[in-house]
Design a protein around this ligand. Structure first.
Ligand SMILES: [Zn+2]
Length: 287
């Protein structure tokens, strides 16, 4: 039985994939046109956004948590957040009319159009000086990047110590670790054999020693899957955004858990609701 879940929100691997797609098309290009089609998304668009984009050359990209930073040669960075439903559309200029819910359009000097489409408008766009990216109010409180060497067992243990929330909720907290959402927290907990219901402060020790590599492996594999499908997004009518990765437990209620001995003590992937969101896990192997 497959439990139908809401379309997944972009998490670190999806954001990384979108960023790499933008990088392939935009890095080194000059933006020759930029139009904001409405004054706000989740928050008001920054004043002077179009003026800051037009004539600037894109010199690089950086991802921080679920945020993309597009760096311009003017010393400014454009902060992009896909929110819940945001996606990027890349296509040759003039191929199609502007899409519904396309709130920001940009065009490059080599004839490509980049659209930020977001029906629900939980996404956001802002401008910040590149040298001060980490001071932005949306970035300043974010915890360590899970794929960087600085994300270690002692770092996770310190972040979890004293926390009375379930480990599931703790890992969703962007201050504990950056970029994880509902899907990859479920996947990493499954891989680590840690129950989503365990209180966070009990995880340091064996649990944390399993969890840190499990988080890194889960994300690395998902990014690799996104990267191998990037080619498809870059086709002329390509949309950058979502890819269906082979999740082990997420969305698989009732299916046998991969690698689990199963019956009689396990009847497959279970779904419970924690803080209003579905958690998928194996009650036998996750303790
Ligand atoms: Zn199982």
């Amino acid at each position: 039985m497959v439990y139908s879940v809401n379309p997944p929100m972009p998490e670190l691997p999806e954001v990384e994939t979108v960023m790499r797609g933008l990088q392939m098309r935009l890095e080194g290009r000059v933006l020759v046109r930029a139009v904001a089609n409405r004054p706000d998304m989740r928050w008001p668009l920054p004043p002077g956004l179009a003026e800051a984009l037009i004539g600037a050359r894109v010199i690089g990209f950086r991802r921080r948590g679920k945020y993309i930073l597009m760096r311009l040669d003017s010393g400014w960075s454009v902060l992009l957040h896909l929110g819940m439903s945001g996606r990027m559309v890349l296509e040759p200029v003039g191929k199609n009319a502007i899409m519904l819910h396309e709130h920001l359009e940009m065009e490059t000097d080599d004839g490509w159009r980049i659209g930020f489409v977001d029906p629900r408008r939980f996404g956001s766009v802002d401008l910040i000086e590149t040298a001060r990216e980490d001071e932005h109010r949306l970035l300043s409180g974010i915890g360590p990047e899970p794929l960087e060497d600085a994300f270690t067992v002692p770092v996770l243990e310190a972040a979890l110590s004293g926390k009375k929330t379930p480990i599931k909720a703790a890992l969703l907290d962007q201050k504990v670790v950056a970029g994880l959402g509902n899907i990859y927290v479920c996947e990493a907990l499954f891989r680590a054999g840690v129950s989503p219901q365990r209180l966070a402060h009990t995880v340091p020790g064996v649990g944390a020693r399993r969890l840190v590599p499990a988080i890194k492996q889960t994300l690395t594999e998902a990014i690799a899957a996104g990267g191998s499908s990037l080619r498809d997004y870059i086709q002329p009518d390509g949309e950058l955004g979502y890819f269906q990765h082979a999740w082990k437990v997420y969305g698989r209620e009732g299916e046998p858990c991969p690698g689990c001995p199963g019956a009689p003590t396990c009847d497959g992937v279970r779904r419970i609701v924690q803080s209003g969101r579905s958690t998928f896990y194996c009650a036998r192997t996750q303790r």
